[in-house]
Design a protein around this ligand. Structure first.
Ligand code: ACO
Length: 311
């Protein structure tokens, strides 16, 4: 790739022109997008598992309906994202293969167990809250198909965040036992939610280049700070305590400063050694195998229709 090609491409990005599938693009740009969109799609799909686990145990019919809808939305997000990645020349089969073989990454957050109903509240509030903070700027990503997919995804994520916060609010206003359950879920999900934003900027391998290409609009640390600053008052409002004794509000910057993140834990989870990594891949494989007949039937149906059209 010549210097001239790279600088012409950069100039398009700098003019805020959207890059579309058939446009010429540097190989590194394409690779970065395939990696990020693929990991993002896998996260949506694997993210259905910890919550799907609670559908049969939701405490009321109303809660069950909301949770079912949310989990189905996550499946839909995975599909938009796989389609967006396919516009870059990678196939859905190949991406699925990489996920099931354990080769592809997906968000660290989905490797933690959902132990109580309050975890469903904490996931909606914190995990979907963190996802929105990260994904709103992706609506302005330089790659058109990814940016457009993110618009609907973010609208749905915002409903997910509210349903989670509402569960936490109901528990926090409930009996002492229910309040304790909510606090325990916040204690367990707080730090893993902060890890969703990725390593500190100094350690972020792709951050700088992705910001220059306007794939990412903010750095990992900037988004983490914004998330903390939005979420701490929400915890206070419902009478829960964020489990970080070093949390401090900096009046000058208007942001919260947080205590040290356990990067050893983060690395262990990302490299496959979190509490639930093996279970998640096993369950995903099982779901894939159980769905084989649907894929076969759909292909047979499509072949039959194609044959009847040609005669
Ligand atoms: N979990 C797993 N892996 C992670 C995480 C995480 N929380 N954070 C960073 N990583 C990985 C990166 O994928 C990268 O690995 P790779 O080089 O093998 O691909 C490595 O750690 C280094 O990190 P960065 O250089 O900072 O990576 P990047 O610039 O891609 O930033 C981020 C990471 C912020 C997650 C970015 O990819 C992104 O915004 N992705 C889209 C959003 C997304 O995937 N959300 C998923 C969870 S939300 C949901 O599904 C509800």
């Amino acid at each position: 790739e010549s210097e001239e090609f790279l600088s012409l491409f950069q100039a398009r990005v700098d003019r805020e022109e959207k890059i579309e599938p058939n446009d010429p693009m540097p190989e590194g740009y394409r690779r970065t997008l395939v990696r990020q969109i693929g990991q993002h799609a896998h996260s949506e799909i694997v993210g259905m598992l910890p919550e799907g686990n609670w559908i049969t145990r939701a405490p009321t019919l109303r809660r069950k309906i909301a949770l079912l809808a949310k989990v189905q939305d996550e499946g839909g997000h995975g599909l938009y994202l796989y389609s967006a990645a396919e516009t870059l020349g990678v196939s859905r089969e190949q991406m699925t293969e990489e996920l099931l073989s354990g080769k592809a990454k997906y968000s660290s957050i989905f490797n933690y167990p959902t132990l109580t109903w309050a975890d469903i509240g904490a996931i909606g509030w914190l995990v979907d809250g963190a996802a929105i903070m990260n994904q709103i700027p992706l609506c302005r990503c330089s790659y058109g198909p990814y940016a457009r997919a993110m618009i609907r995804v973010c609208k749905e994520e915002s409903f997910h965040q509210r349903q989670g916060y509402e569960i936490m609010m109901a528990l926090a206003r409930g009996s002492d036992e229910q309040k304790e359950m909510a606090q325990d879920a916040l204690n367990r999900w707080w730090w893993p939610s902060l890890m969703m934003f990725g390593p500190h900027d100094g350690e972020s391998a792709h951050g700088e280049q992705s910001m220059a290409w306007k794939i990412k609009r903010f750095s990992n640390d900037e988004l983490r700070q914004k998330f903390i600053t939005a979420t701490v008052p929400q915890a206070e409002f419902i009478g829960l305590t964020v489990p970080d004794p070093d949390l401090k509000f900096n009046a000058e910057t208007g942001l919260y400063e947080h205590g040290e993140i356990d990067w050893v834990e983060f690395k262990a989870v990302v490299s496959g050694n979190g509490r639930m990594n093996r279970d998640r891949i096993r369950d995903r494989k099982q779901a894939h195998d159980d769905g084989a007949w649907v894929r076969e039937a759909a292909l047979a149906h499509a072949a039959k229709r194609a044959a009847s059209r040609t005669v």
